[in-house]
Write a protein that binds this ligand. Sequence first.
Ligand SMILES: *[C@@H]1O[C@H](CO)[C@@H](O)[C@H](O)[C@H]1NC(C)=O
Ligand SMILES: *[C@@H]1O[C@H](CO)[C@@H](O)[C@H](O)[C@H]1NC(C)=O
Length: 254
Amino acid sequence: MAIFYSKLLVLLLFPLLLCQSPARADTAFTHSRAAHYPNSDQQGTSDGACGYKSFGATLNGGDVSAASNLYRNGVGCGACYQVRCTSSSMCSSNGITIVITDSGASGNTDFILSQHAFAKMGQTADAGASLLSLGVVDIEYRRVSCSWPNKNITFKIDEASNFPGYLAFLIEYQQGDKDVTAVQLCETVNLTCKLLDRSYGTVWTTTSPPSGPLLIKMLVSGDDDGDEAWLVPLNTIPENWKPGDSYDSGVQLN
Ligand SMILES: *[C@@H]1O[C@H](CO)[C@@H](O)[C@H](O)[C@H]1NC(C)=O
Ligand SMILES: *[C@@H]1O[C@H](CO)[C@@H](O)[C@H](O)[C@H]1NC(C)=O
């Protein structure tokens, strides 16, 4: 019972802790350049370095991007940025919101956008087509909160997993503008936890997952304010987890 209560407390206090940091909505824009993927046969990308696979092709309506420095060895996977190009005759003032799903640079760029996203920076479809033909454009960007209405943070068991000896999973639909910088896998009988390795992108793995229902705790860190806290899911991963299945954590960030 005591354990149950302490978990509940963390859950209840966590949103309050996060609210104390100033909203990042008024963060200044940074000047940079953006290119676009050469292929337009799909909206997003299903072979991005973050490891989202087919989820990355349809995520955010296909408005996704590869990042160079902002990829941050995978920590940047799933982060959202507002990106707008700077030609006042062609570009809309709001630009677009993209999600990082891949790593990459094309010359001196911070982003390689999906063609879908790149064209949407234009004021009109014609302007979007003109932007695409330019290939690389000047942009401004800033980090913004991701918003996934009606979604909790979800654990997707990677298809490369092999029950029961090899567990690889991804963290999907994380709202807000913070990063998951560490993950603990806990067994729910003796409540012992171990830190996992980020295998690549947003994929976390272990070759010896404990048996029984599993709890995945996430260390959520702010950008520069230094505050961080462990987010404890409400739901466990069932003991008979299956490669390819997704499990609702029961928690979300604001
Ligand atoms: C919990 O601890 C007991 C006693 O050390 C051990 O026998 C058991 O295997 C542990 N259970 C799990 C799921 O690790
Ligand atoms: C998110 O988790 C909460 C708490 O478990 C649950 O009540 C809610 O239905 C979940 N939301 C969705 C969209 O699944």
